[in-house]
Design a protein around this ligand. Structure first.
Ligand code: DP6
Length: 402
């Protein structure tokens, strides 16, 4: 209609969360469609602490597709990004069902500008591709007027991204179909389900990860008999068990299984040939510390998990945060930035009983932990309706850095 033709620029901004798997995804049965060899389960983290923000704009006046990542122009040609764009546009056409009347106001042939930004340093080594693709797909879907199931599209960007399309506790079902139509994320429980659950991210010192997830899991699929056994036998059992622990808010069960599954994932990395190492000495010291802490208390008070890098993610309950953070501070005294050692949700100060110090804080390693980020489970992607929060200006170019 006449109205539609008058609009020359359309812009949408969304935010999306990071997620951390407690039953890990590692290995694909289809590399192009990103179909996993096993189902996985994750906790979506709160966007107050960790989020990606993405603005997508389409205009008759744009002359080429352009992308900015944290202010730096990047290549739009990445096949996974193109797959997401293609799938959203396909859904938009399907939704329109051929009728031009209720079509999205701007043509699909118009060029697109995308700007995306993380509120956490990429250098911290926190996985950002999940939040990044979940955010991209959320923004594109809004821009082209697509609603409903979008985890299938986010999956095409990065497997773990499909789980960032929902809040709380999320399962990614591997599915059976070769076309991937049933390889989707489902919410197991909302973020309000377990109000006491807390998450501490221990950012450790060390270099960037040597082998990326995509390449690493491919080598694992090709060479690790342990991974095959894990996918066929171990994960199906553990998933059912983990769902029960979550439903019952059983921290003992949840925490133990989380640690075991992280350890098995890293065991499959060692079983890969040539082997892959994501944990470093600091990671292993954190693992040992968590076990000493739990042993001291006589039950599971903290649970660690590690992805394709050395940073530890600790699950615990609200009443344990202050004490455990003090134990970490004593065990890994901050080298510099002592005042910024703990970030995120506020943490009370705690004084440790002498006995806890002697049995748990054995040999302090200064500087091993750069900082701790305190967060909790949170909701899925959000639409920002305040136009002042767009990352692109009315000219379609990045606002702060161009
Ligand atoms: C160790 O989702 O980054 O974090 O699908 O190739 O993009 P691609 O891999 P990615 O793998 C994440 C692996 C993991 C475990 C997990 O998040 O389940």
């Amino acid at each position: 209609g006449a109205m539609a033709e008058e609009r020359t620029l359309s812009m949408v901004t969304c935010t999306a969360p990071v997620n951390i798997a407690v039953i890990k995804y590692w290995g694909k049965r289809d590399n192009d469609l990103i179909l996993p060899i096993n189902s996985s389960l994750s906790v979506t983290l709160h966007q107050d602490q960790l989020k990606t923000t993405t603005t997508a704009a389409v205009s008759r006046d744009f002359t080429e597709d352009r992308l900015w990542l944290n202010g730096e122009e990047a290549d739009m040609g990445h096949p996974r990004l193109q797959a997401c764009l293609r799938e959203v546009r396909r859904l938009a056409r399907k939704r329109r069902g051929g009728s031009a009347e209720d079509a999205s106001p701007l043509s699909q042939s118009y060029k697109i500008h995308i700007a995306t930004q993380n509120n956490f340093p990429t250098a911290a080594g926190l996985a950002s591709s999940a939040a990044g693709y979940a955010c991209l797909v959320s923004a594109l879907a809004r821009l082209y007027g697509v609603e409903g199931e979008l985890s299938e599209v986010a999956r095409r960007g990065s497997g773990s991204a499909c789980r960032s399309m929902l809040g709380g506790f999320v399962q990614w079902q591997r599915g059976e179909r070769p076309d991937g139509r049933d390889s989707l994320a489902h919410q197991v429980a909302p973020e309000t389900h377990w109000p006491e659950l807390r998450v501490l991210i221990l950012v450790v010192s060390g270099e960037k990860k040597p082998v990326g997830s995509t390449a690493g899991m491919q080598t694992s699929v090709d060479t690790s008999p342990l991974l095959k056994h894990r996918a066929e036998v171990v994960v199906p059992e553990r998933l059912a068990l983990m769902m029960r622990h979550i439903r019952e808010r059983d921290f003992e069960g949840f925490g133990q299984l989380t640690m075991k599954d992280s350890n098995q994932f890293h065991a499959t990395c060692l079983d890969t040939f040539p082997p892959i190492f994501y944990l470093n000495d600091f990671s292993r010291q954190i693992i040992a510390l968590a076990h000493r802490f739990n042993a001291h208390h006589g039950h599971t008070k903290v649970a660690y998990t590690f992805d394709a890098g050395p940073n530890a993610v600790i699950f615990t309950l609200a009443d344990t945060v202050a004490e455990f953070v003090e134990v970490v501070r004593r065990s890994f005294p901050p080298a510099t930035n002592g005042d910024q050692f703990v970030r995120g949700l506020p943490i009370d100060s705690a004084s440790l009983p002498e006995e806890l110090v002697t049995t748990v804080v054995t040999e302090p390693v200064p500087g091993a932990v750069q900082y701790i980020l305190h967060t909790k489970p949170g909701p899925g992607p959000q639409l920002l309706d305040d136009p002042s929060q767009h990352l692109l200006g009315a000219d379609g170019l990045p606002r702060h850095c161009a």
